[in-house]
Design a protein. Structure first.
Length: 146
């Protein structure tokens, strides 16, 4: 396996393990890491349309629809009519707002454990490298060329 293959394989495996860890931690509330991502965006950015959520999270529309249906059934999101009658805005429910600090505390501890032993300089370097990789991936997705 060449260096690029090994690096991307390691990245993929790491993200899968991170997601599994989050799934385990949020299991008492019946939440999955993909749903947590949606809840976090809604908490940080306020109500969003389904389309905007899909764009922000780089999730295909059918997958975001499925996650939103699950979150609505669990009582963690509300859908309200937007300014345009054809669109609905998704927002955190009162229950999600009540539970969010608890979820956030659990996620924060998980992140601290994952990055234990990393100096701030290394964390910043890794963040920058991953941001560059994400930009390359987006450019390739849009144009097919790097």
């Amino acid at each position: 396996m060449n260096t690029s293959d090994a690096l991307l394989h390691n990245l993929y495996q790491t993200t899968r393990i991170v997601a599994k860890g989050i799934n385990r931690l949020l299991e008492p509330w019946g939440l999955f890491s993909s749903e947590w991502s949606i809840l976090r965006v809604l908490k940080l950015n306020g109500p969003q349309t389904q389309r905007t959520l899909a764009l922000l999270l780089h999730i295909e529309p059918p997958a975001i629809t499925k996650s939103l249906i699950r979150l609505e059934r669990k009582g963690f999101i509300d859908r309200i009519e937007g300014t345009d009658r054809r669109t609905k805005e998704v927002s955190l429910s009162e229950e999600a707002l009540r539970l969010y600090p608890e979820w956030e505390k659990i996620i924060r501890k998980h992140r601290e454990a994952l990055l234990a032993g990393f100096a701030e300089e290394k964390k910043n370097e890794l963040r920058s490298l991953l941001a560059n990789m994400r930009e390359n991936a987006l450019q390739f997705m849009e144009t097919g060329v790097l």
